[in-house]
Write a protein that binds this ligand. Structure first.
Ligand SMILES: [Fe+2]
Length: 172
């Protein structure tokens, strides 16, 4: 559960901040109860929401970071994957999805084929000349059902006017 530090509200006592966090938890629980969340009688809107989220990690609110080194992005992303695979505290709490650069640039295509993260990936970015890597985690509570947050890590290949931050090939 995330809550703002007491200083953000002036001279609140820590107990006030805890009460606010409790109010959020109570609201999420009430919403889940009404929806039958996780039960056999779950409202169909929950499944539809999960399907949309699974097909597009950018479907809902998410937090993105633009990384200036693809090597560093790959190294850190693999470190997160290794953490999930090897540390029981993170097992099942980090989900990964990546979007490879759109094909058509021989230099970038070759870099993708050589990448330990993007090699063989068939999902692609909406824009050109960049890549995306997503990590969804319930270590940070967010979203309408209080499930988790998607962290997005992006890299843009330098020297291109058209890239994932400037033009989507879907809306061009
Ligand atoms: Fe995004």
């Amino acid at each position: 559960m995330c809550t703002l530090a007491p200083a953000a509200f002036g001279n609140d006592e820590p107990a006030d901040a805890n009460a606010r966090a409790g109010a959020t938890a109570a609201l999420l629980k009430a919403a889940r109860d009404v929806l039958g969340y996780g039960t056999q009688n779950e409202h169909p809107a929950v499944g539809a929401y999960h399907a949309a989220q699974a097909s597009d990690p950018e479907f809902n609110f998410h937090v993105g970071f633009l990384i200036d080194s693809l090597d560093y992005l790959e190294e850190r992303f693999q470190a997160l994957q290794a953490l999930e695979a090897s540390d029981p505290r993170f097992a099942g709490r980090l989900k990964f999805l990546v979007n490879r650069a759109l094909p058509g640039n021989p230099e970038i295509d070759a870099r993708m084929d050589a990448s330990p993260v993007y090699r063989g990936v068939t999902r692609h970015t909406y824009g050109r000349n960049g890549v995306q890597a997503f990590c969804e985690t319930d270590l940070i509570v967010d979203g309408p059902l209080g499930e988790g947050l998607v962290l997005e890590f992006d890299y843009v290949f330098p020297g291109y006017k058209d890239h994932i931050m400037s033009v989507s090939e879907i809306t061009r």
